[in-house]
Ligand binder design. Structure first.
Ligand SMILES: O=C1O[C@H](COP(=O)(O)O)[C@@H](O)[C@H](O)[C@H]1O
Length: 260
């Protein structure tokens, strides 16, 4: 697993702008090299703010939107269009405003989808969709995503992998989560093996309430079972992209790069 690099921006607004700019550069670079790129989106405050900033940026036109695969790291298992669904937030902030190929927007199933109110079946369906997109060179059941973004909860959860819950031990690519401590209780989530298949994992956190989770995620004090963010690492690169408040309790010895 890669050692994280920490980048600190002044506040959440600047963090979201900087991550949006970084995302454009990453996608454009990958598309220039390979023709297509893949990103995994996150829900949550910063993740959605990044998409809104990307939508507002003139540089968004540098992306070949039709050659981009869009996946999700987790989803709240609710009906299509529910405002609490991560998909709904992403569509409103960005996807409804750019020329994506609908066949390449891989939303996680909703409760009104083909499996109805069965999150285990929805998880299996999403795993199958990921499996179909994986190529031999990925050497695994999911694609080697070019960028996988994750928000962090104050309890250090990432995607819908909550501390000490069964999903943190699961080796399948996608799991159903029942009884999540943060509403809604029923969710679908990528697991650690799928997250770690990504070439780059970007952890996004803003605000004082995330400072402890960020510190634990960067320290050796606890492992991924207790501190899921500590288990989220990319194959080639792991970035912790923070605002100053979220970075206010970093463990000693962590290399950090700060912007004004
Ligand atoms: O419920 C969720 O929460 C996390 C973190 O959200 P935040 O608003 O505290 O940043 C998010 O990453 C995840 O996708 C979402 O389902």
């Amino acid at each position: 697993m890669t050692t994280p690099t920490v980048l600190i921006h002044r506040d959440q607004a600047l963090l979201a702008q900087a991550v949006a700019a970084r995302l454009v550069t990453r996608i454009v670079d990958v598309q220039a090299a390979r023709g297509t790129a893949s990103v995994v989106l996150t829900g949550g405050g910063v993740g959605t703010a990044v998409l809104a900033e990307l939508c507002a940026s003139a540089a968004r036109d540098a992306i070949d939107w039709r050659s981009l695969d869009i996946w999700w790291g987790d989803e709240r298992f609710l009906p299509t269009g529910d405002p609490e669904r991560n998909e709904t937030g992403a569509r409103k902030a960005l996807l409804d405003h750019v020329d994506v190929d609908p066949a390449r927007v891989h939303a996680m199933p909703a409760t009104d989808g083909p499996d109805g109110n069965d999150p285990e079946a929805a998880a299996e369906r999403y795993a199958a969709e990921l499996g179909s997109a994986a190529r031999p060179e990925d050497h695994g059941p999911v694609p080697s995503f070019d960028v996988l973004m994750l928000g962090v909860g104050p309890d250090a959860h990432v995607a819908s992998l909550f501390p000490e819950m069964p999903a943190v031990y699961d080796e399948r690519p996608v799991v159903a989560v029942r009884g999540a401590p943060k509403p809604p209780p029923t969710r679908v989530s990528l697991t650690f093996p799928s997250i770690r298949a990504a070439r780059e994992v970007w952890i996004l956190a803003a605000g004082e309430e995330k400072a402890r989770a960020v510190r634990l995620g960067l320290s050796k004090e606890a492992g991924p079972v207790q501190v899921p963010v500590a288990g989220a690492r990319g194959r080639q690169r792991t970035l912790f992209l923070l605002d100053r408040a979220a970075a206010s309790q970093l463990p000693p010895g962590i290399e950090r790069i700060a912007s004004p």
